[in-house]
Design a binder for this molecule. Structure first.
Ligand SMILES: Nc1ncnc2c1ncn2[C@@H]1O[C@H](COP(=O)(O)OP(=O)(O)OP(=O)(O)O)[C@@H](O)[C@H]1O
Ligand SMILES: [Mg+2]
Length: 392
């Protein structure tokens, strides 16, 4: 997928802008607070129907304005055009339209414009509790598979019912209802489990491979899926823990307790990884997400790398730009606050790019640069060879 044009009206600190992007690498430079993340967040809105920062729709309207409108003109890898408009006003609420057709449910738009974002805010995926990692996995798999989202919503509905009953305590009636609920919980839980197991199975070798390339083989990392359902049939696990669940007043086993395990050199990444190593892991995870998304959807996602240098040394940033210039990735947006630093690394990478400067919400296209002509030494473009993945 390629974003050709983006127009913004009263979105955060940007009063009005119309931008035309390049098919490959697009760079945004500007000082802290200039509005680089805001531009990327607008692109995020067009794919995910919400901010990447947890900002509410109302907070995304420019101070003093009544509404915002974000409009993107895309070209799919198949060559056809897709126009997406996201608007919000206090009176009309949020509306998303694709090719002039308004969606009834925002979830129907997920996956239409695949997107992967790497942002400094991602560190919560490592440091926070398991529910954040499940949320990320859910949001990713939901982009790939409507059936997954449906099973997840139903599972959560049954879980709420079951927990309500458990809180009320044992009675012959509730035990019977519980049997019926368990049948439903097992049915939906197994759909969720098998899709998560499959997707993490695809992600894991890619994460290890991308990390090795980013770190120049300095460290080895692992990603794995932890679920109580791996150890036996969910129905048996539920039956075995029913008495305990009554005592606790909630359902103590199931896919709502799954986690993603992240390790470096065999140790927990959260405790033993440096900030740069943790960031490299997150970049590897997101790049792996991009590859799996392309495999499943047949459409390359747009890649947003906000604050390119955040916690990464120059070597890793250079290798990252090499990696994302290869086949599975299409259009890329990067932001950085240090223009000379960005210009130097781009010149060294030998990539073509389009540069935009942003100052206090005002955008200007600096240049369309072919850095091979800049006189710097260039590197040979890398070729990406995907490692074998499970279940694909
Ligand atoms: N609703 C809004 N109306 C007006 N300005 C806003 C709104 N929301 C955020 N801003 C402003 O946007 C600016 C932040 O923009 P952004 O996060 O895109 O900066 P940035 O260029 O990414 O900076 P950094 O390099 O620090 O990451 C802040 O000055 C903030 O006050
Ligand atoms: Mg920023």
């Amino acid at each position: 997928m390629q974003l050709e044009t983006l127009s913004l009206v009263d979105f955060k600190n940007i009063a009005s802008a119309t931008l035309r992007f390049g098919a490959g690498l697009n760079c945004l430079v500007g000082e802290n607070g200039a509005g680089k993340t805001n531009v990327l967040d607008a692109i995020h809105y067009l794919s995910m129907c919400r901010s990447s920062l947890g900002t509410t729709d109302r907070q995304s309207v420019r101070h003093g304005a009544e509404f915002f409108v974000v409009e993107g003109g895309y070209v799919a890898d198949g060559g056809y055009g897709v126009g997406v408009v996201c608007s919000f006003s206090g009176s009309a609420g949020k509306k998303i339209r694709a090719n002039d057709k308004e969606y009834e449910r925002f979830s129907d738009h997920l996956g239409a414009v695949p997107l992967v974002m790497v942002s400094p805010a991602d560190s919560y995926l490592i440091s926070d509790a398991a529910d954040e990692r499940r949320r990320w996995l859910n949001s990713f798999i939901s982009q790939l598979d409507r059936g997954y989202l449906q099973a997840l919503v139903r599972y959560n509905g049954v879980l709420v019912e079951r927990n309500r009953l458990l809180k009320e305590g044992v009675s012959p009636v509730s035990a019977e209802v519980l049997d019926a609920l368990d049948v439903q919980l097992v049915r939906h839980g197994e759909v969720v489990f098998s899709r998560r197991e499959q997707i993490v199975g695809q992600l894991a070798p890619l994460v290890a491979d991308f990390y090795a390339r980013l770190s120049d083989d300095r460290e080895a990392v692992e990603l794995s899926y932890r679920s109580e359902l791996s150890g036996g049939a969910f129905g048996d696990v539920l039956a075995a823990s029913r008495q305990k669940d009554f005592a606790l007043g909630f359902t103590s086993s199931g896919v709502h307790r799954d986690d993603l395990v992240m390790r470096i050199g065999g140790h927990p990444l959260r405790r033993y990884g440096s900030q740069g190593q943790q960031k490299s892991f997150l970049v590897a995870l997101k790049l792996a997400q991009g590859v799996v998304s392309t495999e499943v959807m047949g459409e390359r996602p747009i890649l947003l790398l906000d604050d390119l240098f955040d916690k990464l040394d120059g070597g890793r940033v250079g290798r990252l730009l090499e990696l994302v210039s290869c086949e599975p990735f299409g259009q890329i947006f990067v932001s950085d606050c240090n223009k000379p630093r960005l210009a130097e690394i781009l010149a060294r990478s030998g990539k073509e790019y389009v540069l935009f400067e942003i100052d206090n919400g005002e955008l200007s296209q600096e240049s369309s640069v072919r850095s091979q002509e800049s006189g710097y030494a260039t590197q040979k473009p890398a070729t990406y060879v995907a490692p074998k993945t499970h279940n694909s």
